[in-house]
Design a protein around this ligand. Structure first.
Ligand code: ATP
Length: 239
């Protein structure tokens, strides 16, 4: 069943059209990879879903409601967490406070006890964050900051998580751990839309994938089929 559906979505920066009639679906429980070259529009697509950029036309449906007129804050409330490119953790705040902020839109409703329990849930998945709970996040390594950005996203208790280039700048061993974490999040019931330049790793992890070229969906299909597709191999897998 589709959790997220985009239909003919068009997004512009002034006169420049960055997304052209993008239609895609993410089903509940899936990991979907979105791959494409620099400037293909991957970040623009995630920003359009999470309400940071307005779609000029087209529809975005999530969990049986329209996201078109909703603010970024309302979209978080609806159940979408965006783990942005370059982590964007709050550097002058501690690890613990960054996590608390991730629950900002729900702590009044659910109460601090529940929020503390969710922080324990995050610490359980990322023991390193627990060790570093009082450390300013700007002093953490790239990999640790990525874990924190993911943990902060988890604190909204989302149904869908959007990941923008989580592997960027990380050592291969850390990338391996990171992809394992993403796979575990799916086992915890989350649905995942993953943007990656590391197309091979992303498609190995994903159930299905979309290839974006200059703002348009050029290919889509089962991840395995995309991995062995000649065009994907030539353009993105060095084949
Ligand atoms: P990368 O992998 O390099 O981050 P991407 O696939 O995420 O690339 P986007 O960042 O979404 O690509 O950019 C898509 C297009 O929109 C590019 O041509 C880019 O130059 C343009 N663009 C992005 N942000 C802006 C902006 N703020 N103003 C004008 N044009 C922009």
């Amino acid at each position: 069943m589709a959790l997220l559906t985009l239909n003919n979505v068009n997004t512009f920066y002034g006169q420049i059209q960055a997304l052209k009639d993008v239609t895609l679906e993410v089903n509940a429980g899936e990991i979907v990879a979105l791959v494409g070259a620099n400037g293909a529009g991957k970040t623009t697509l995630l920003n359009t879903i999470s309400g940071l950029l307005p779609a000029k036309s087209g529809t975005i449906q999530f969990d049986n409601q329209s996201l078109n007129q909703k603010s970024a804050a309302q979209i978080v409330k609806a159940g979408i967490s965006h783990v942005p490119e370059h982590r964007q953790v709050f550097g002058d705040m501690t690890v613990h406070d960054n996590l608390l902020l991730g629950a900002y839109q729900r702590y009044r409703k659910v109460g601090m006890k529940k929020v503390e329990a969710d922080i324990d849930w995050v610490y359980n998945i990322f023991p390193r964050l627990k060790e570093r709970r009082e450390q300013f996040s700007r002093t953490m390594s790239g990999g640790e900051q990525q874990m924190l950005a993911i943990g902060r996203g988890m604190m909204a208790r989302p149904k869908l998580m959007l990941f923008d280039e989580p592997s960027l700048g990380l050592a291969p061993l850390i990338v391996k751990d990171l992809f394992e974490v993403i796979s575990n999040l799916r086992s915890e019931g989350m649905t995942i839309l993953l943007v990656e330049q590391n197309a091979r790793a992303a498609l190995r992890l994903a159930d299905r994938g979309y290839v974006l070229e200059t703002g348009s969906v050029e290919l889509e299909g089962e991840a395995e089929a995309l991995l062995s597709d000649d065009r994907v191999q030539k353009a993105y897998l060095g084949g």
